[in-house]
Design a protein around this ligand. Structure first.
Ligand code: ACO
Length: 270
């Protein structure tokens, strides 16, 4: 079992993408104290995702200010995201004639667009409406909590296009719905509407479209009201649980609690 408390050092904040680079990537970033809101912002293309978008998301993750505790991911316009930009689906941009190791590094770089959303230091919320297809669905799956509008349509379309979902979405999908349902959803590439998504556990909240922003705001307020140290320790603990035996998880609970008690009452009491 790995020690989940070993944290990667935060990379140099100098890697932060500037506003022009974010705009080029179809992204907008608004940081307001403890809240960072990332908007997929190419509504005229239904927020289709390009390599620049994925690099931009990774850059935001790398340079997120330390005080940010909640990250909200939302889409501008009629839909959350139509997935990969089909204009680049021909393979253009994929390293030409690359060997397996170079291709592996290339895809790993794209996956960094989403892995940081699991960091214990933040709670990530996907605010989804309209279509969330392929890479868009996977991006929503990478978040800790999904608040979805009643017009949401999830679809894991990759296998229908001859590829696999590779943007870190298969693990949360299987953890949420189980291998059999995940297989059925991926291999039929069918659309899952909001009601079914809620039944399958793919959304923590389903609300009328008009209430999406308000619901997210209320959720953010509730999350920020919790003790920050306890929030980080609890997320770390919960993330460990699926991979741990009961014994390991009990030990993890003791370890995290001792850390909390030391923090709250000083080391002489814990
Ligand atoms: N890539 C590039 N452009 C797109 C994409 C996309 N994935 N999706 C939509 N667009 C463009 C359309 O071409 C259209 O452009 P135009 O105005 O120049 O004609 C514009 O966005 C609006 O699209 P509409 O289809 O008119 O919008 P609508 O809201 O009716 O439908 C929907 C949205 C359902 C998302 C539809 O556009 C669609 O099916 N898109 C393709 C989805 C797809 O197959 N994605 C790949 C998933 S696999 C993966 O992500 C790895």
């Amino acid at each position: 079992m790995s020690d989940a408390r070993v944290e990667e050092p935060r990379p140099d904040p100098a890697t932060s993408p500037n506003e022009a680079e974010l705009a080029e990537a179809g992204l907008r970033l608004d940081v307001d104290g403890a809240i960072a809101t990332i908007t997929l912002n190419r509504p005229e293309r239904r927020n289709a995702l390009t390599f620049a978008t994925w690099r931009g998301l990774a850059g935001i993750g790398e340079s997120l200010p330390d005080g940010v505790r909640v990250v909200v991911l939302r889409g501008a316009g009629p839909s959350f995201s139509a997935g990969i930009d089909l204009g680049m689906f021909s393979g253009g941009g994929f390293p030409d004639g690359a060997d397996a190791a170079a291709s592996d590094r290339f895809i790993a770089g794209l996956q960094e667009s989403s892995t940081w959303l699991r960091r214990p230091e933040i709670v990530s919320i996907a605010a989804v409406h309209g279509h969330a297809i392929g890479g868009g669905f996977q991006l929503a799956l990478s978040c800790d909590i999904r608040v979805i509008a009643d017009d949401t349509k999830f679809c894991m379309k990759e296998p229908a296009l001859g590829i696999v979902p590779d943007l870190t979405g298969t693990k949360p999908l299987v953890e949420i719905v189980g291998v059999n349902r995940a297989l059925e959803l991926c291999l039929t590439a069918r659309t899952v509407l909001a009601d079914e998504a809620a039944r399958l556990g793919l959304a923590e909240y389903v609300v009328p479209r008009a209430d999406l922003d308000k619901t997210v705001d209320e959720l953010v307020t509730a999350l920020l009201a919790v003790n920050p140290g306890a929030a980080v320790a609890t997320k770390r603990l919960l993330l460990e649980a699926p991979g741990n035996t009961l014994e390991e998880q009990c030990a993890a609970e003791r370890r995290e609690q001792i850390g909390r008690l030391r923090e709250l009452f000083g080391s002489q009491n814990a």
